[in-house]
Design a protein around this ligand. Structure first.
Ligand SMILES: [Zn+2]
Length: 142
């Protein structure tokens, strides 16, 4: 479950455009360099929905391409290909008291970016796909 960051969201009238890896609201257009993890070599923008109220959010995940000790050699690209990439809980926003700790539907990869050391971010549209959980979301929405 994320902090609700109402100290930020209540001072800014517009709805956040996207949320970073820590559930922090962002009001600029998404770019991979704006991820919280400045050491990331992979950054993904995901379309998710709260599992309770079904509200949609755009959220970022980042990684080290499988090299970080917590990643066990599995990159975000690997997770996308296996259909098993997960933001876990939705951003804690919008008075959804049920949804803050109940998980989310991971619906689609909107943007996938990777960089090699010292090189610019490169987008790979072949990994920008609808994820298997979109079907579960559609079933709930009916
Ligand atoms: Zn919700």
């Amino acid at each position: 479950m994320f902090e609700d960051y109402s100290d930020i969201t209540e001072r800014i009238a517009e709805t956040p455009k996207w949320w970073d890896e820590n559930g922090v609201p962002r009001y600029v257009e998404f770019e991979p360099r704006r991820a919280a993890n400045i050491y990331a070599v992979e950054v993904v923008l995901l379309d998710i929905a709260c599992s309770m109220c079904l509200r949609r959010f755009q959220v970022a995940l980042s990684g080290q391409g499988g090299a970080h000790r917590d990643e066990n050699g599995v990159s975000l690209a690997d997770q996308i290909r296996s259909g098993d990439i997960d933001y876990c809980d939705p951003p804690n926003y919008g008075n959804c008291r049920d949804g803050a700790s109940t998980g989310c539907f991971n619906l689609a990869v909107l943007q996938y970016w990777r960089r090699d050391t010292l090189r610019d971010w490169e987008r790979n549209a072949s990994l920008e796909i609808v994820l298997p959980e979109m079907k579960n979301y559609d079933d709930r929405y009916k």
